[in-house]
Design a protein around this ligand. Structure first.
Ligand code: AHR
Length: 531
């Protein structure tokens, strides 16, 4: 059954959604501005599956840098901050809400000078080292056992990055053995048992270096490929099917990819499952202080992820015709200039506002749309850092709008991504000349009779009227959740932690097609129960 509701009704319902929470969300007074808005058509093609959306696409990254580990995650068992064996309780409780994601550690650039042996054994005997990022002591209080415990508490899967920069293949192989060999099988396994963990950690994801074109050793792609082969060619599995990850390009650098894969194809074909690119979409203006053009410019830069995926995938396919190697984006996010740190010691800490939340949402939608190509992605970084989900400082803790986007997108986990077609006008803006960005983009997925549609609406001030059609199904019930704010730079603070949070409301939408209203500058999720 198809039922179209008229615009006035839709607007009124949208107002209900928008005003359900704090008064600061999209104000009903602005509804009239939707009148005459150019309609946007969204077709959800339930009969065109793309691939399973792995929860790993919603992964996180945690590095020994600034306040990510120390303060963010690790407060120590003697801290007054509520903790579980030294791990901040509030972060565990929040990360659990993100589903069965993957968390990458210990870097980043830090990984390529890290000796894993420094971080095991009694904590009061661990060596203190020079911190990689700041002229600060690395206390090694947080090491392999602490990280694995953090993952277990969060219900997340670990992803460890090995040191290729200053480490050896042997050290890497020993780390794998220490983590995964069964108790009693080897001396390293017994050392793990003595350090408190009788059961093997069964770590599946192993990264071989980080940014090997840069801080990870400034290799040429060919030289890195030789190192990669040395590190991985003979690696015992201890009953764990390894997922080995090579250090991919800086952004969409096709030369790095082509030259690595050429060498890999020509002489090695060492075991390789994942090719990890990093893409930071840089900044436009200050984290919180930006013009309307810079709002659009940032979103447009985030949207370049799509091109990166398509281009990298095409080059990988020139060498890996069987498509055994998948793409990973194990660092991504908007990286703004200094000036909004909550704690001066938290290197690269930046406030994340509504603009970053939309960048996160459109990036996650991009991953969903390419679910057949990408196996994992890790936003940089979980707490007190670049495109961060949380800020923590002593006993204070707050979730940023990015966290709420990740939580909103959770129904996509393990669902089948289906193709979505969006037709509508674009928005013009100025950034070194005239540019354009889409007005609405998103992704869709299905599990059983449940369809999830997520939509990013970029327009800074006008609502959008979306005609949504389901091909291959009909809606029985629809719930709408929206994250938005009347101020583009709105963000959550320790004092006001719920300034930007999603609002949910039931709707009367029904049938194979219906019209819904998206607030300006918003992320929307439609939970559709099929008839
Ligand atoms: O995320 C911060 C740093 O950015 C990482 O250590 C490095 O891999 C990247 O350049």
């Amino acid at each position: 059954m198809s039922s179209r509701i008229d615009r006035r009704t839709a607007l009124a319902r949208c107002a209900q959604v928008a005003s359900a929470g704090t008064a600061s969300v999209w104000a009903p007074g602005k509804i009239a501005r939707a009148q005459g808005a150019t309609p946007i058509s969204v077709r959800v093609l339930l009969d065109e599956p793309i691939g399973r959306i792995k929860p790993a696409l919603y992964g996180q990254f945690t590095e020994h840098i600034g306040g990510v580990i120390y303060d963010g995650i690790w407060v120590g068992p003697d801290s007054k901050v509520p903790n579980i064996d030294g791990i901040r309780k509030s972060i565990v409780e929040h990360v659990r809400r993100l589903g069965k994601i993957v968390i990458r550690w210990p870097g980043g650039c830090f990984a390529d000078s890290y000796n894993w042996r420094d971080g095991i054994g009694p904590r009061n005997k661990r060596p203190r080292r020079f911190g990689r990022w700041q002229e600060d002591t690395e206390s090694n209080q947080f090491g392999t056992h602490e990280f694995l415990k953090f993952c277990r508490l969060c219900g997340a899967e670990p992803y460890l990055a090995a040191n290729v920069g200053t480490g050896t293949a042997e050290q890497f192989q020993h780390w794998v053995e220490y983590c995964n060999a069964p108790a009693g099988a080897t001396s390293l396994a017994d050392e793990r048992v003595a350090n408190g963990d009788p059961e093997p950690f069964r770590v599946r994801y192993w990264g071989v270096g980080n940014e090997s074109w840069g801080c990870g050793g400034k290799f040429t792609p060919e030289d890195y490929c030789t190192q990669y082969r040395r590190f991985t060619e003979w690696l015992p599995g201890y009953g764990v099917p390894h997922y080995l990850i090579a250090s991919g390009p800086n952004g969409n650098d096709l030369d790095w990819t082509r030259r690595f894969f050429k060498k890999w194809t020509d002489y090695a074909r060492a075991p390789l499952q994942g090719w990890a690119a990093h893409y930071y979409c840089g900044t436009t203006g200050h984290a919180l202080n930006f013009t309307r053009d810079q709002w659009y410019e940032m979103l447009e830069k985030a949207n370049r992820m799509e091109r990166l995926i398509d281009d990298q995938w095409a080059v990988m396919g020139e060498f890996d015709r069987a498509r055994k190697v998948k793409l990973l984006i194990d660092e991504w996010g908007c990286w703004h200039p200094k000036g909004t740190e909550l704690n001066p010691h938290h290197l690269f800490e930046q406030k994340s506002c509504l603009r970053d939340a939309l960048c996160a949402a459109l990036t996650l939608d991009t991953f969903n749309r390419h679910a057949n190509k990408i196996d994992m992605a890790n936003v940089a970084q979980l707490v007190n850092n670049i495109h961060t989900l949380f800020h923590a400082d002593g006993d204070k803790f707050v979730a940023t709008p990015n966290f709420y986007v990740f939580e909103m997108y959770r129904p996509h986990h393990d669902a089948q991504a289906v193709r979505m077609d969006v037709q509508g006008p674009s928005i013009s803006f100025q950034a070194n000349g005239p540019q354009k960005i889409f007005r609405v983009a998103g992704s869709a997925s299905q599990v059983d009779r449940r369809v999830t549609v997520t939509l990013v609406h970029t327009h800074a001030s006008e609502p959008a009227e979306v005609s949504l059609a389901l091909r291959g199904g009909s809606a029985d019930r629809v719930q709408q959740t929206a994250l938005t704010h009347k101020t583009l730079s709105a963000h959550n603070t320790f004092e006001n932690p719920h300034e930007v949070v999603p609002q949910t409301s039931s709707t009367a939408y029904r049938g194979a097609s219906f019209t819904c209203i998206l607030p300006p500058a918003s992320v929307t999720r439609l939970d559709i129960a099929l008839a």
